[in-house]
Unconditional design. Structure first.
Length: 196
């Protein structure tokens, strides 16, 4: 049985990816070592990581996404501000924040997670924190360097603009030496409310 490494995500518009690329270039200019930066073209707003799934389960996973999407009309999100996990003194992940109609995003994510739980996918143990991962700090980086990166992040302002969310993507992630290559498996459109 063929296995596919998959995740569910919202695709970002090209202008947001370009803005993320410019932001990464600004941060790299800070000569911060030990950070593995994510290719801006492969950054998505991940709603749920599925891991390895059997290829023949794509239909039921897509149906679970469609079911969760029925109650959510298209909505706006803002891509702005920088942050880190877990904190500015011990930086492990650098991310860009998501704001806007977070209640709709949360409702959609919860619905997808709940429907997939019925298919045997374990729900995430941590609360859903919408963000775009920009970079990951490698293990060997000293605490001084992590703090320096934290100061750089704290002093950097960023705003990429709005996203109109009209669809949810089921994505394939193939791991290669050059990094993960993402491709679309299925796209589920959010329902537009009919007039009259």
């Amino acid at each position: 049985m063929e296995q596919i490494r998959a995740f569910i995500a919202i695709e970002l518009p090209d202008e947001v990816k370009l803005a993320l690329g410019r932001l990464e270039a600004r941060l790299k200019a800070g000569k911060q070592s030990g950070v593995k930066w994510v290719d801006p073209n492969s950054i998505h707003l991940t709603l749920q990581f599925l891991g390895d799934i059997p290829a023949d389960s794509i239909g039921e996973i897509t149906a679970a996404i469609e079911e969760a999407s029925r109650a959510v009309s298209p909505f706006h999100l803002e891509v702005k501000d920088l942050g880190v996990f877990p904190n500015l003194k011990r930086v492990q992940v650098v991310w860009v924040g998501i704001s806007g109609e977070i209640d709709k995003l949360g409702q959609l994510q919860k619905g997808i997670e709940s429907n997939l739980e019925q298919l045997g996918f374990a729900p995430e143990t941590r609360p859903f924190t919408p963000h775009l991962t920009l970079g990951r700090v490698q293990r060997q980086v000293s605490s001084e360097e992590q703090q320096r990166l934290g100061q750089l992040i704290a002093g950097t302002r960023f705003e990429a603009g709005a996203i109109e969310v009209t669809a949810i993507n089921l994505m394939r992630s193939e791991l290669t030496r050059a990094g993960a290559i993402h491709s679309l498996i299925n796209l589920v459109k959010l329902p537009t409310l009919a007039n009259g």
